[in-house]
Structures are given as structure tokens and as C-alpha cells.
Design a binder for this molecule. Structure first.
Ligand code: PEP
Ligand code: MG
Length: 577
């Protein structure tokens, strides 16, 4: 038996057979061959062509949207492109290298050429060729990420790295639990596994190097432990843990219909963060009084083609209608960073500080305008609020507000109905925006603090990097001062302030955030009941005293220890941070 300790990223216990995935398996390996090996490599390549075609054809049958169908058909055509095939075959024979290296080299040259052209359509083809080459390399190697898309039995996924897009593509009905070698609690993969309710442990260090396909694995996402080939005693102990956890869940469910108010009557609205429209029924059952953050960029990851205005409108309308009369805050696309969307040409050396969110949208107004139109059209079906991500200063905010006004004007001209009073807010997640909160507050109807990024940028610590996870400190005095200042600036300007980063979903932070004056907390559905239970058991006065007290402290460690003790004295089941 081996035990790996990591970060508890998504609660719950899961037991099953391992499926091991290494991202490196998608990278081509270079191998030189002798002249008499050419025929064998050519044969491998041709077999891979047929396998890749079969995989794509299978996707084509079960794929839903017309746009996805078109893309898959383009990929199928590329796999039959005589010039592409001939170049790869020639590369194998001339350079005496293995098939996977030939596919990779020919594709890399082709992509470089296409990316240089003026023609936007051709530039987009570059991404298609890269995708097609991955299918081919995958087929040559006989394993890879694509096998996660069609699982016929339940598995525990044990991987080194997982991208949000891979998580989206995989067949989640059969993934019981996940163990990742790296990652941080606030990474997008972590946010998604919580949304999908998959027990997950991150930053195990190297479980994927030890585990073999088919090994028995237990993932404890509540305590952050992964047990490989567990012995009988451990198995029994974990079964008991599981039972206790289930009992606590039943107890929590009694909270679903109760209001979120402190014992002295101070309300703190609890809303949900969602990534897809399919999450709405679940969060309604948990008594969320609205959606505080709909990460619309995930709609762009669901299929290979960008969603049309009509498709976006339908999704937004469905969410807004089913939550009415409660409000739904839809954030305009925050792509870039670790959220890569195919076909947009975002491939940067330093993506976290790069062409992301509104920065991307303001230079791709074609894409942005379509989204704003879809949002405005959906606004008549309930209480829709629009929110902008990664605003760093007033010029950027002015630019997006100006564009929104322009799109409204277009709608009026075209007699497209929309809610003229649609509320508009901005995320505060870049330190410069936090420092200018008083200026920004005069221009919007609400603020939402994105602590995932605010912590990342304030402390200059990559939120997804396990090597420096110890520096990712929600209770850093700099972060807490920043939050306090944003709340004060918002309130002085009579606008409400929400917090929608992962801190909102961490039970250990609940009382402190209420004490800092947060009007609303928006979180992944997993935490709604626990946070409500906590807030209903303390008074606002106590919460304010706690906040004042820790704001007087000088270090992350002292604050964390103090809050841990304060919370553990009052609540039994607190596990995170
Ligand atoms: C945040 O940064 O806190 C946030 C909610 O946005 P995201 O996690 O999508 O970057
Ligand atoms: Mg963010």
C-alpha cells in the first residue's frame, strides 16, 4: 500500500480501479530508425490514420451541435488530405525517424506557415491541424487523453496534469474520483471538479508515477489523501469515514430551505457559481438565492466551434428563466490564462499576465459583441446581470461599458427587446482595480471580488502551481486589507459587494467574510449548505469583532492559526485551508 497526501480539492470518497493518464503521452517522442525500419513506420502511420478516422467518426455520431459536426468533418477531411499524408510519409523515409515524430514535425511546420498568413480562416486551420496531429500521435502511441472520452467502466483517474478542456471532454459519468500530481485549490480544474462533484485530491507529488492502470485506488477528497492498493484495515477505516460523512451530509440538507442570516438578523446572501446550465437544478435544490457567477467561457469549451449568438442566447435564457425571479450574474468570457479555447490563437509565454478576459474581448470585438447581444436578448426573460472579468483600470471599464451601450443601441435600431435596466458590474480581481475601487464603484451597479485572481496577483503566486502553493495565502494581511478596502469603497458609493472566489466556498473563511461586510457570497454548490449552517450560528457582532481582531495582526500564519482555533472551538466539521 502507498499513501499520498495532497490538497483536498473536492469533498467525498471514491474507490475504484485506476486509469493512469500522463500529459507527456500526448507529446511526440523522437526515435531514429534504420532504412529497413521505414516500411514498419509507414505501416504504423497508415494504421494510425484509420484509427484516428474511426475515433472522429464515433464522435461525429454522438456529437450534438451542427457547428461541432462541421469541425469534426473538417478534421476528417484533413486526415484524408493527400498532401499532408504524403509529406509525413516522405519525412519518415527521408529523415529516418519514427512515425509520431514525423507527424509532429510536419504539423509544426505547417502550423507555423498557416499562422503567418493574413487570412484569418487559414490561421484558424492551424489549430485544426494541431488537433488532428494529436489524434494521430495518440493513435500511434495507442493511448492518451482521448481514451478518457469514451469510458466503458468506472475509474479513478490518476494523472500528472489535467487541462480544464480535457476535463470537459472526458466521460464524467464513469470518473468516480481524481488524483492529480499537481495543481492548486483555486485552479480552474479544482473549481470544475467541485462543480461536477468528483472527489479529488491535488498535488500528490507523484501518485501517477507509482500507480498502474487497474490498481485499486481510494481518493479521499475531504482529507486530501490517496491510497494506492489499500490493505483491508485501511479499506474498513475509510468505509467508516464514508458513513460519517454521509450522515453529516443528511444533517446539512436540513439547511436547504432556511434563510442565510446571522443570529442577530444580519443577512448575507448566498449564491452559486456555475459553469454550465446543467448545474441549475442542483443549486436550486440547495436554496441558492441566485447565481453570483456564471463562468460563460466554459460554453466556449464544450464544442470545437465557438457558440453562435443564438446558441448563447438559448443557454443564457434557460438559466435566467429557471432562476427567476432570483438574479443571475453572467460573466463575459474570461478565456486565456489556464482556460484555453481552441481556434482563438491564444498561445502565450506568460498567459496569466497576458491576453486574457476583457483584454482579449476588446481586441476581438467580433466575438465580444456577439456575446453582449446574446446577453441583452436573454435579459428580458428574468433578472440577468452582466459582469466583466479582469478589469484593471478605468479606461478598460469605460471601453467595455461603451461597447455595451453601442450594442444596446444596435438592439434598439433592430427592435430587439432587452431589459433597459440590466445591472452591470465588474469583478475586482486585479490589484490595480482594488486600489482604484472608489473610482470604479462610480461606474457600475455592483462589485464582485474574485479572490482566486486577487490573491494570485497580490502575492504574485501562480494559483495553479503546487510548488508555491504554500504562498497562496487567502489570510495574508495584504489580501484581507485589500478586501476590506474594496468593501468600504463599494459601500461608500452605495453599491453592493459580493465575493465569488473560492474563499467564499471555504467554511473556514465564512465568518471572517461576513465580518468584513460582504453583502453576498457566491460559491460552488458543494459548500452552500455548510456555509449557511455556519453563518446561522454566529452573530454579526461576533463576526465583525473577529474581522477587526485579525486585521490588527501582522502575519498570515498568526491570522490562520487564530481563525482556525476560533472556528474549531465553535464548529466540528471544518476541513479546508
Ligand atoms: C476569481 O478569480 O476569484 C474568480 C472567481 O474567477 P476565476 O476563478 O474564473 O478566475
Ligand atoms: Mg478570476
Amino acid at each position: 500500500m502507498r499513501i499520498f497526501k495532497g490538497i483536498a480539492a473536492s469533498e467525498g470518497l471514491a474507490k475504484g480501479k485506476a486509469l493512469v493518464h500522463h500529459q507527456a503521452s500526448m507529446v511526440a517522442e523522437k526515435q531514429h530508425i534504420l532504412a529497413d525500419g521505414i516500411a514498419g513506420e509507414l505501416e504504423k502511420f497508415r494504421t494510425a490514420l484509420s484509427t484516428a478516422k474511426r475515433t472522429l467518426e464515433e464522435h461525429n455520431v454522438r456529437d450534438i451541435t451542427k457547428e461541432s459536426k462541421e469541425i469534426l468533418e473538417t478534421h476528417l477531411m484533413m486526415l484524408q488530405d493527400p498532401e499532408y499524408i504524403q509529406q509525413i510519409e516522405a519525412y519518415i523515409s527521408t529523415n529516418l525517424v519514427c512515425a509520431q515524430w514525423a507527424v509532429d514535425s510536419v504539423t509544426t511546420d505547417m502550423v507555423a506557415l498557416l499562422e503567418k498568413t493574413e487570412d484569418a480562416l487559414l490561421r484558424e486551420r492551424a489549430v485544426d491541424f494541431r488537433d488532428v496531429s494529436l489524434y494521430l500521435i495518440d493513435a500511434i502511441k495507442g493511448k492518451g487523453s482521448h481514451r478518457m472520452e469514451n469510458l466503458d467502466e468506472d475509474v479513478i483517474l490518476v494523472a500528472d496534469v489535467l487541462m480544464p478542456s480535457e476535463l470537459f471532454a472526458m466521460d464524467k459519468t464513469h470518473v468516480l474520483g481524481i488524483s492529480l500530481d499537481g495543481g492548486g485549490r483555486a485552479s480552474h480544474v479544482a473549481i470544475l471538479v467541485r462543480a461536477f462533484n468528483i472527489p479529488t485530491v491535488l498535488a500528490t507529488g507523484g501518485a501517477s508515477k507509482t500507480v498502474k492502470d487497474g490498481d485499486e485506488v481510494i481518493v479521499d477528497g475531504t482529507y486530501g489523501e490517496v491510497f494506492v492498493r489499500p490493505d483491508l484495515m485501511v479499506s474498513q477505516m475509510l468505509d467508516e469515514r464514508f458513513e460519517l460523512w454521509q450522515q453529516y451530509e443528511v444533517e446539512l440538507h436540513q439547511m436547504a430551505d432556511l434563510p442565510s442570516v446571522t443570529t442577530d438578523g444580519h443577512p448575507v446572501q448566498l449564491k452559486a457559481n456555475i459553469q454550465t446550465s446543467s448545474e441549475v437544478d442542483g443549486i436550486k435544490a440547495l436554496g441558492a438565492c441566485g447565481i453570483g457567477l456564471f463562468r460563460s467561457e466554459f460554453l466556449f469549451m464544450e464544442s470545437l466551434e465557438h457558440p453562435s449568438e443564438q446558441r448563447q442566447f438559448e443557454v443564457y435564457k434557460q438559466v435566467v428563466e429557471s432562476m427567476a425571479p432570483n438574479p443571475v450574474t453572467i460573466r463575459t468570457i474570461d478565456i486565456g490564462g489556464d482556460k484555453v479555447v481552441s481556434g482563438l490563437g491564444i498561445d502565450e509565454k506568460n498567459p496569466i499576465l497576458g491576453w486574457r478576459a476583457v483584454r482579449f474581448c476588446l481586441s476581438r470585438k467580433d466575438i465580444f459583441t456577439i456575446q453582449l447581444r446574446a446577453l441583452l436578448r436573454a435579459s428580458v426573460y428574468g433578472k440577468l446581470q452582466i459582469m466583466f472579468p479582469m478589469i484593471s483600470g478605468v479606461e478598460e471599464l469605460n471601453a467595455v461599458l461603451h461597447l455595451l451601450e453601442h450594442v444596446k443601441e444596435e438592439c434598439r435600431t433592430e427592435h430587439i427587446p432587452f431589459d433597459p435596466n440590466v445591472k452591470v458590474g465588474t469583478m475586482i480581481e486585479v490589484p490595480s482595480a482594488a486600489l482604484c475601487a472608489d473610482i470604479l464603484a462610480k461606474k457600475v451597479d455592483f462589485f464582485s471580488i474574485g479572490t482566486n485572481d486577487l490573491i494570485q496577483y497580490t502575492i504574485a503566486v501562480d494559483r495553479g502551481n503546487e510548488k508555491i502553493a504554500y504562498l497562496y495565502q487567502p489570510f495574508h494581511p495584504g489580501v484581507l486589507r485589500s478586501i476590506k478596502m474594496i468593501v468600504e469603497m463599494a459601500h461608500q458609493n452605495n453599491i453592493p459587494v459580493s465575493l465569488c472566489g473560492e474563499m467564499a466556498s471555504d467554511p473556514l473563511c465564512s465568518v471572517l467574510l461576513a465580518g468584513l461586510g460582504m453583502d453576498e457570497l457566491s460559491m460552488g454548490s458543494q459548500s452552500l449548505l455548510q456555509v449557511r449552517k455556519i453563518l446561522r450560528s454566529v452573530s454579526f457582532e461576533e463576526a465583525k469583532q473577529l474581522a477587526d481582531h485579525v486585521l490588527g495582526m501582522d502575519s498570515y500564519l498568526t491570522i490562520t492559526t487564530y481563525i482556525r482555533e476560533w472556528m474549531h472551538d465553535r464548529f466540528d466539521h471544518i476541513t479546508t485551508i
